[in-house]
Design a protein around this ligand. Sequence first.
Ligand SMILES: Nc1nc2c(ncn2[C@@H]2O[C@H](COP(=O)(O)OP(=O)(O)OP(=O)(O)O)[C@@H](O)[C@H]2O)c(=O)[nH]1
Length: 390
Amino acid sequence: MDHEARVATLPGARFRARAQRRVRHLADAVLGADNRLRIRVTQWLITVIVYAGCGLVFGLAVHGDWVSVGGPALAWCVFVASNLVAVYIALRTGWSARFQDAGLTTVQIVMGVVAVCWAYVLAGPFRTAVLLALLLTLVYGAFSLGWRRIMAVTGFALLALVAAIVIRNGAVGADSGRPQVEGLRIDLFNLGMTTVLLPATSLVAARLSSLRGKLRLERRALKQALGEVQRLATRDELTGLPNRRHMQELLDREHARHERSPQVFSVALIDLDHFKRINDCHGHAAGDAVLRSFALTAVAGLRGQDVMGRWGGEEFLLLMPGTAADQALASVQRMLGKVRHLPYMADEALSFSAGVAEYRAGDTIAQLLEQADARMYAAKRAGRGIVRLD
Ligand SMILES: Nc1nc2c(ncn2[C@@H]2O[C@H](COP(=O)(O)OP(=O)(O)OP(=O)(O)O)[C@@H](O)[C@H]2O)c(=O)[nH]1
């Protein structure tokens, strides 16, 4: 038993693995397994934690009789909790996915603004601190809302604050018989500061949002470019087959696999016969078309695990994993039979000469290729249109 396997069987390691599995299952159950859903629900979870933290501070103030709120505080809690539960159900069941704003960001911001402004009415002398939450609520939109929507919710937040101030002063006035000038001054000061700071925060948030959008587009373009670079680095442009470098990599990989667990594999070097004549008689473009057509026909007849690449010019290399020499020979002979009937070669049959070699344990890939090459040249000397295994 190797070191890793021994470690995995220790009681501590087993316990940790089981605990990790449980945490993973719990996370899947709460947040969902889908990556996008996870991001949305995690964002919602952060909101819950922020509400809980602010609620705790508020609760301590109420408990210490620093502020007296009474029944309306319970109504506020019920409002916030029911909204949070409704949003969670809408996200977690996938119901919200039908909307463009699948994370229900706008709904959550509007809900947050109402909750903050309501808390402003309830918080008495501590109401100024509550406004910090208004800024946070707007920043929340930066991650998914567009510029216009962020501005719209900012306007809504300012109107909601005006409404909260009117309601607060109305309530205080009703309690004491006349509006309290000192409290009203604080409210107007708060409103003034918020009118300046909230749009500024939203502007910063909107810039963040557009930067994120640009980054996302650039990342997508970069991914596409990388895919294209990879394709160009591994493919032959004319035939679309793997190029020589990629074939060399595949050979090395097959060799390494053989070293780990010996499994037979063979190669064939295939060289089209008298290709210069095709070019000379029909032109270079026709020669290109024949190369493409040959590649298509040859690949169409291959088995799933076989790979054919362009080795250079009119020479191709076929790698046949899990294939012994005699099967490889039969396979390449079948290919030779097929290419003789290429549609636009009616006036002259296309043929190739090929050398097949099976990998021998202990050999290098270069030795294997040399063997196939020598057999291919032997096939040429023997008259062309032949596949040789010796
Ligand atoms: N059209 C075209 N021709 C190519 C390409 N690559 C190599 N060739 C041509 O292939 C021909 C190969 O000629 P040779 O090496 O003399 O071989 P051959 O005429 O096939 O004769 P044997 O191999 O002896 O049967 C040359 O004329 C090259 O120009 C290509 O990408 N497109």
